[in-house]
Design a protein around this ligand. Structure first.
Ligand code: SR1
Ligand code: MG
Length: 400
């Protein structure tokens, strides 16, 4: 990465002008940086006719912490490559990569500025009927077609190697499975949660279940994951859903992505007790989020089993009943990973705006406390569920 330099607005504009053919030669370009994520620079480059693209550049450190947390630039290669691979499988649901430069850690993407970030929409109480089907389609197809059920063994192993992402995985390993369960400098929570957090730190059964999930995360190279599919990594409008930002992508346990997505819907669920002040409105958004989770899980299961039935290449994995057992385990793990997302977003380093944006301090504390309890129970109880119906019952019993 010897040529690497961080771009400013003028340099990003110049880069697009001179290194790509994305605009015509006489285009009058403007450029501004508007990234508000945890890690990268994000520029919008537009011409006088409202054509625009997004130029994303990885910084050599985590933006949300600063230069004291160095971070590999290779994540830009991983992100662009995951988008391309997932885009081959699910073109309608994956943001399009227009240009990739690994030396400068630059990716140029189609501009989704006409769409909205799902997290902000859910916070405003907006709902999207097509969300669950689109995301379950994306998760089932990308995971099936990058798994050993479908790929030749050598092809699969070559991909595992191409998508080895040790530094970003180490962030997830620490933030999801280590920090929240012990005293740690990076943790961040209000004094009002101290007692609940202390109890959590002393809960051996919980730590054991989390250790099992971490074991799966470390050892189970099942499929090419997005690796960070929260509601801030999803754009929506009335018809479409587009997934962005898979810089944490790697070959991992399939349930991790499904669990991360569901976890973010549940974080919003907890936040709505404070956000949706009128009871009918609160009931509606709660019912929507629950339905969205149930649809997502059942359509994920159906789609995966249908793909396994028609497209499994491996002889032994074709054995009658195996795909069903495999998907049951994926779903159990998904609910466990979902629990770890709820906990780490509540007391760990990186929180979510759904809850942090609640103005009333007591209401915020209540939402955080609910997220912690929910996370804890999902982690503890999901491993004992035998089917998706059991998992769905478990969730209902914890929420109602
Ligand atoms: C230092 S990175 C913190 C978090 O932001 C990313 O979006 C991931 O969720 C990561 O865990
Ligand atoms: Mg991200």
């Amino acid at each position: 990465m010897t040529n690497y330099t961080t771009l400013d607005n003028a340099q990003a504009l110049e880069y697009v002008k001179t290194q790509t053919q994305l605009f015509s030669d006489d285009a009058n370009l403007t450029c501004y940086e508007f990234g508000d994520g945890n890690l990268n620079l994000v520029f919008r480059v537009a011409d006088q006719h409202q054509n625009s693209v997004i130029l994303k550049q990885a910084l050599p450190y985590a933006r949300c912490v600063g230069q004291s947390w160095p971070l590999t630039l290779d994540r830009a290669r991983i992100e662009a490559s995951v988008l391309k691979k997932h885009g081959e499988i699910c073109p309608d649901t994956t943001v399009q990569v227009l240009h990739q430069n690994n030396d400068l850690a630059i990716t140029i993407l189609e501009d989704l500025g006409h769409m909205q970030i799902l997290r902000s929409q859910l916070c405003e109480g907006k709902t999207f009927d097509h969300l669950a089907s689109n995301i379950s389609h994306y998760l089932a197809h990308t995971s099936f077609f990058t798994s050993d059920f479908y790929l030749e063994p050598q092809q699969k192993k070559a991909l595992v190697s191409e998508f080895t992402n040790p530094e970003l995985c180490a962030i997830t390993e620490g933030l999801f499975f280590d920090d929240p369960y012990r005293v740690c400098e990076r943790n961040n929570f209000a004094h009002g949660l101290k007692e609940q957090v202390n109890k959590l730190h002393q809960n051996h059964a919980l730590k054991l279940a989390v250790a099992q999930l971490k074991g799966q995360f470390l050892c189970s190279a099942q499929a090419l994951l997005h690796g960070d599919i929260h509601t801030g990594s999803i754009f929506v409008d009335n018809k479409h859903v587009k997934v962005i930002d898979p810089e944490f992508g790697f070959f991992g346990p399939i349930g991790f992505d499904l669990g991360s997505f569901i976890g973010n819907l549940l974080l919003n669920y907890c936040a709505q007790n404070a956000r949706a002040k009128a009871l009918p409105q609160r009931r509606d958004i709660h019912a929507y989020l629950l339905k969205c989770i149930q649809t997502c899980v059942s359509e994920f299961e159906q789609t995966w089993l249908a793909l396994a039935q028609t497209h499994t290449q491996d002889l032994a994995l074709q054995t009658t009943g195996y795909a069903e057992l495999f998907v049951e385990q994926v779903l159990r793990e998904a609910f466990g990973f979902c629990g770890t997302e709820l906990i780490r977003r509540t007391i760990g380093l990186a929180h979510v705006a759904d809850i942090d944006g609640i103005e009333d301090e007591q209401a915020k504390l209540n939402a955080q406390s609910q997220a912690l309890q929910l996370g804890e129970q999902l982690i503890l109880q999901a491993p004992h569920c035998k089917s998706k119906e059991d998992l769905s019952q478990l969730l209902l019993s914890l929420l109602l």
